[in-house]
Write a protein that binds this ligand. Structure first.
Ligand SMILES: C[S@@+](CC[C@H](N)C(=O)[O-])C[C@H]1O[C@@H](n2cnc3c(N)ncnc32)[C@H](O)[C@@H]1O
Length: 236
């Protein structure tokens, strides 16, 4: 009788539960509060937006949109967007946070997994994914699926999952031992295996972006260093 209870409360199961709840498939009031306005993620959003250089003619896909904060920034360009997340609570939150764009038909947010996108082939002009890569059990399958729904010449920008972050505030335990980390070579390799041409990794110092986003002065050193990796690729 105590077997299932012990299994559910063992450290490994607890680590899985906490990782899911906080980041891998967020649920609960705390997760909603964090992902509604994820201050510490805005530096990454700003790098991705600078690389995408969205215009009103773009049709953007975001995979793993969390509470829709990146979408809110991206939609300022006038673009249209669709997004997926496999957490039903995050899907609801992203819709709520972008209710006007949803009501106007500029944004659709769906519950779906990164490796099975509910979209036809070749419809998006660009795609973004941030804070998700390290959680994917099969990143090549997800990247290939993203490539399928991109138009020819479309661009993709993804925040990497940097080995240097393991065990730091960016990827603390118990999450760290459940994440996959990639150096630059491996990151480019994932994109090539998924069929992307011209895949390259750029590294960006996030400190200035963090300052601009309003991260408290005492936390700015967390964003300094060799620069976070971003994968940039095009569908040939
Ligand atoms: C750490 S959160 C990042 C959320 C948001 N992108 C941000 O930066 O604030 C990771 C998000 O990816 C979603 N996610 C993880 N694996 C996924 C998958 N296989 N398919 C779809 N969404 C996924 C989670 O549900 C969660 O909302």
């Amino acid at each position: 009788m105590v077997g299932p209870l012990l299994r559910a409360t063992a450290p490994a199961a607890f680590g899985d539960w906490l990782t899911d709840r906080l980041a891998r498939r967020p649920t609960g009031a705390q997760a909603r509060a964090v992902y509604r306005d994820p201050l510490y993620h805005y530096p990454n959003f700003r790098v991705i937006l600078a690389e995408l250089a969205l215009t009103s003619g773009d049709y953007l896909l975001e995979v793993g949109c969390g509470g829709g904060a990146f979408l809110k920034e991206a939609l300022r360009s006038g673009c249209r967007a669709r997004a997926v997340d496999h957490s039903p609570e995050m899907v609801r939150l992203a819709r709520e946070e972008n209710r006007e764009a949803v009501a106007r038909g500029r944004l659709e947010v769906l519950e779906a997994s990164a490796d099975r996108l509910p979209f036809p082939d070749a419809i998006f002009t660009c795609a973004a994914m941030t804070g998700v890569l390290g959680f994917l059990p099969n990143p090549v399958a997800a990247l290939a699926e993203i490539r399928r729904v991109l138009r020819p010449n479309a661009r993709l920008v993804i925040l990497g999952s940097d080995p240097e972050n393991r065990g730091t505030p960016a990827a603390p335990e118990p999450m760290a031992s459940r994440l996959r980390f990639y150096d630059s070579e491996r990151l480019e390799g994932l994109a090539r295996e998924a069929g992307f041409d011209n895949a390259r990794v750029v590294r960006r110092d996030l400190e200035a972006f963090a300052r601009e986003a309003g991260v408290p002065e005492e936390h700015l050193p967390l964003f300094a260093g060799p620069g976070a990796r971003f994968l940039i690729a095009h569908k040939g």
